[in-house]
Design a protein around this ligand. Structure first.
Ligand SMILES: NC(=O)c1ccc[n+]([C@@H]2O[C@H](COP(=O)([O-])OP(=O)(O)OC[C@H]3O[C@@H](n4cnc5c(N)ncnc54)[C@H](O)[C@@H]3O)[C@@H](O)[C@H]2O)c1
Length: 255
């Protein structure tokens, strides 16, 4: 029997879905049938509303909820609001993330804490809070956004590489712990994609040349390159897949 890649009437939370990859994935999951909880920082809710308007054009429900993943109370309120509105949570995409590029000798404690708080602690506590709902339901799909920088080192990205490597191994642990509750936990490891996070990099001709020299598939990635993997990991087609990080990197980490 051919497995289904549809996620009709599932409820999906995507963190940081007002821009970049998060917005693209929110729209894609809606396209595949899901209703979307569009979450964003309280000062970026207009961007979230824009994502929600696009989702509604696809005939799906979209609920905008403020969320700061570094604030446990904010996470709990977001989950309560989702439960009140939809009564279930089927899919969580832990997408919110930041990068601070600095030489390792120049990284301040504040830089380190900010990146780790959002990229790793935020992923853990959002997953923990949502998993309490999924455990009751005995089903759920959690998808964490790692990076090629989660499995290889990269100069001037000490805090970012540490956080994204943390996501890779946290994904394995949560997968093992929550498998008995029907929850799959996986991650995606993208190459550099053109988004607001990487605008300055893609303005640099040296970076662009090094990128194409380094990556076996000789083209720049875009958020659209993550759609297939995300829908797969959110759908019944991936029911036996858990604890994995699927690299969507043009072969960057293969060689
Ligand atoms: N763009 C790339 O090349 C690339 C490559 C690999 C991995 N990633 C990862 O993909 C994810 C999305 O990145 P992007 O490129 O779309 O960046 P982006 O800056 O466009 O989006 C990040 C989103 O996270 C939100 N956010 C930031 N801090 C938050 C917080 N404390 N609480 C809640 N939301 C918060 C932002 O408001 C924004 O909407 C990140 O985890 C990033 O590390 C990006």
């Amino acid at each position: 029997m051919i497995p289904s890649f549809r996620i009709d009437d599932k409820v999906a939370i995507i963190t940081g879905s007002g821009s970049g990859i998060g917005r693209t994935l929110a729209l894609s999951l809606a396209h595949a049938g899901a209703h979307i909880v569009v979450t964003e920082l309280p000062n970026r809710l207009e961007a979230a509303e824009e994502t929600a308007r696009e989702i509604k054009k696809l005939g799906r429900q979209a609920l905008v909820v403020p969320l700061d993943v570094t604030n446990l109370q904010s996470i709990e309120q977001m989950v309560e609001t989702t439960q009140r509105e939809f009564g279930k949570i089927d899919i969580l995409v832990n997408n919110a993330g930041i990068i601070i590029r600095k030489k390792a000798t120049e990284v301040s404690e504040q830089d380190w804490d900010r990146v780790l708080d959002i990229n790793l602690k935020g992923v853990f506590f959002t997953s923990q809070t949502v998993a309490k709902v999924m455990i009751q339901q005995k089903s759920g799909k959690i998808i964490n956004m790692s990076s090629i920088n989660g499995v290889i080192g990269s100069p001037e990205r000490a805090s970012y590489t540490a956080s994204k490597a943390g996501v890779v191994n946290l994904t394995r642990t949560l997968a093992a712990e929550w498998a008995e509750f029907g929850i799959n936990v996986n991650a995606i490891g993208p190459t550099y994609l053109l988004t607001p996070l990487t605008t300055t990099l893609f303005e640099n001709e040296t970076f662009k040349k090094q990128y194409l020299d380094r990556q076996p598939i000789k083209r720049f990635g875009t958020p659209e390159d993550l759609i297939g993997t995300t829908i797969y990991l959110a759908s019944p087609a991936s029911d036996l897949v858990t604890g994995q990080t699927i690299m969507v990197d043009g072969g960057w980490t293969a060689v």
